[in-house]
Design a protein around this ligand. Structure first.
Ligand code: C2E
Ligand code: CA
Ligand code: CA
Length: 605
């Protein structure tokens, strides 16, 4: 027979009813002993009492505060028989208060499991009744059956508990969350159903500085704080690490959900004392709302997760609701994930090239290869739409190899025709590529295949790559240097590069992020930053390139600061190979910058 807590109650009631009739008593009950709480808990009774007070004084009775009879039941291994008498006065009072029966006779038979009392089967008769040894033996046998049944229920509940709860916090786990959400999103259930994806900001730092035990305590404290401050029916699940999902019991639309999420977010932000330190951690919350019968569990969770990413991208410690714009981005990502692999092999990727010039002369000094994707339905996609997806889905290596190969093939072709002889080919490299072990050899193979010398190729890496794995990056970059390949740090100024990193790495140049260059002439802050980057580069003997030059004033400012190499829409947009060719033939892109005399000197680089 499959038993669980609910079928157990119904089955027990049927047995109790029969026993009541057979032994001609007024009332019977089955109780379970909760050793942890030191209490006896009512499981089933027959007949049901009429007006049960709320809370029911008989539901959970703590042994410590129980009357003498109940107290005796905590460890009893033999039946206890009570008859109306002076000694049982307090027990008689308990019964009178809860059932209205004034004077009773009672038999309580312990349920025994491995010699220990795990509960009790009890009978009450108004007035007096004696119990024969034979009767008590029958009851002991029945109690033994109940004990077995109960042990099974407890074991199964324990298993179910373990299967559905998180060890650390006792909150629901992923499986329980999914089960719950399935039910909530079932067609016909009340909706909309909100889900909050919650993630603690910078928990890692806490673990690193205070130790993992402190980190665990922190999570536990936050979990009980959530439990205490939310509706008891809200689903709170921990998915591991510092990730939580909350599904409020109340149906709510996006507006109400955002309010509730904000409340929770602030709740989490309050300080916690761990390891003797009072710490707080901001939390980011992603909110999504699903409609029962329409939205799947996976969709709601993905949307909430997506909103979470956007909350984090916004600096963290905030709430973001899944929006239509996110949906569009999301669909694009899905689509990209689905089609990108094919694109690498079927010729729908292409490269555009953006010239970089010496601002004083207009001479083309480099070309930057920028990848595009001619998408079957979405048209020409910029790298921003798919490079990060490639990086997240293991495609970065393949994409990167395609880019390097194609750029080198084109470069070799131009050189064969006497073009781009003094031009450097710049190629962007993904962080993922840099840490792959055979990166250096692959580059070497490609260069050899196309007969290109390393020094006419410059690989561009972003700052955060450098910082992430300095040791590994160093090895790779040194390998590249041995072939003479140049290295530039891209988007310089937006990341974390410090002077020491620049010194430690064999870098040839930095490219000032276009964000700073664009506003030269308009923003004095940016001017100060650009000035210091140029100064910094100078003192390390590094080349410096200004990117995102859109206005003559930006170009003139760069020249004024001694940065002559530049790239930007003012000079030329990225363009297909055949459009670059005429410029390469000419070797320069004439600019009319109206530079002061001092600016025109001999090109330095
Ligand atoms: P990036 O390396 O900083 O490339 C320069 C980006 O700035 C290009 O965008 C270019 O079109 C744009 N740009 C150039 N001049 C101007 C200007 O004057 N004003 C403005 N507003 N923008 C300008 P694009 O082609 O969309 O590339 C975006 C980013 O995608 C690149 O930034 C690079 O980080 C990445 N990327 C491009 N191609 C590849 C590639 O083959 N592999 C990898 N891993 N990443 C690539
Ligand atoms: Ca670049
Ligand atoms: Ca850049």
């Amino acid at each position: 027979m499959g038993v669980d807590a609910t079928t157990m109650v119904a089955a027990s009631e049927r047995v109790l009813a029969r026993l009541v009739e057979h032994f001609d008593v007024d009332f019977s009950y089955l109780r379970h002993t909760d050793r942890e709480r030191r209490a006896t808990v009512l499981i089933a009774e027959w007949p049901h009492r009429g007006d049960i007070p709320d809370p029911d004084p008989l539901k959970v009775v703590h042994f410590e505060t129980a009357d003498s009879v109940f107290a005796e039941l905590e460890h009893a291994t033999e039946p206890i028989v009570v008859r109306p008498s002076v000694e049982s006065a307090d027990y008689q009072e308990t019964i009178r208060r809860s059932s209205g029966i004034p004077l009773v006779a009672m038999a309580a038979v312990p349920l025994l499991s491995r010699g220990e009392s795990t509960g009790v089967l009890g009978f009450i008769k108004q007035g007096d009744r004696d119990w024969s040894t034979r009767e008590l033996n029958v009851l002991k046998a029945i109690a033994a059956l109940f004990a077995q049944l109960q042990a099974r229920v407890v074991a199964e509940e324990r298993l179910r508990y373990i299967a559905l709860h998180d060890d650390l916090t006792g909150l629901a786990n992923r499986r329980a969350l999914l089960e719950h959400m399935e039910e909530r999103l079932h067609s016909g259930s009340p909706g909309p159903v909100a889900a909050f994806f919650l993630d603690l900001d910078r928990l890692k730092a806490l673990n690193d500085f205070l130790g993992h035990t402190a980190g665990d305590n922190f999570i536990r404290t936050l979990s009980s704080r959530l439990r205490e401050n939310l509706d008891p029916n809200d689903m709170i699940a921990r998915l591991g690490g510092d990730e939580f999902v909350i599904v409020p019991a109340k149906p709510m639309d996006a507006v109400a959900a955002e309010l509730e999420a904000t409340r929770i977010q602030q709740l989490i932000g309050r300080r916690v004392t761990v390891g003797g330190e009072s710490v707080s951690r901001g939390a980011s919350v992603g909110v999504a709302v699903g409609i029962p019968g329409e939205t799947t569990v996976a969709d709601v969770l993905r949307r909430a997760d997506h909103a979470l990413l956007s909350a984090k991208a916004g600096g963290g410690n905030g709430v973001a609701v899944f929006t239509d714009a996110m949906r569009a981005q999301f669909e694009l990502q899905d689509d990209v994930e689905l089609n990108l692999r094919g694109a690498v092999s079927d010729g729908s990727l292409l490269l555009h090239y953006q010239p970089e010039v010496d601002l004083r002369t207009g001479r083309i000094v480099a070309l930057e290869a920028l990848v595009r994707w001619m998408h079957p339905t979405r048209g020409l996609l910029p790298p921003g739409a798919f490079v990060s997806v490639a990086e997240a889905t293991n495609l970065a290596g393949e994409l990167g190899r395609w880019v390097i190969r194609s750029a080198c093939a084109q470069f070799a072709e131009w050189r064969r025709r006497g073009l781009a002889t003094n031009v450097v080919m710049r190629i962007n490299v993904s962080p993922v590529q840099l840490v792959s072990l055979d990166f250096v050899e692959r580059i070497e193979d490609i260069l050899r295949l196309f007969g290109i010398d390393g020094s006419s190729v410059c690989l561009e890496i972003t700052e955060h790559v450098v910082v992430q794995d300095l040791a590994r990056t160093q090895v790779t970059l040194r390998g590249l240097k041995r072939m003479g390949v140049q290295i530039a740090i891209d988007d310089f100024g937006t990341g974390y590069s410090s002077l020491s990193h620049l010194k430690a790495l064999p870098v040839d140049a930095v490219k000032i992020d276009r964000g700073f260059v664009q506003r030269l002439g308009a923003s004095t802050d940016d001017l100060a930053i650009v000035k210091s980057i140029i100064g910094l580069a100078g003192s390390f003997g590094l080349g410096v390139v200004g990117e995102g030059v859109e206005t003559p004033v930006a170009a003139r400012t760069l020249v004024g600061l001694g940065c002559y190499r530049a790239q930007g829409f003012l000079i030329a947009r990225p363009m297909p190979a055949d459009e670059v060719e005429p410029h390469l033939v000419l070797g320069r892109i004439p600019l009319d910058l109206d530079l002061p005399r001092a600016g025109r000197g001999t090109p330095k680089y």
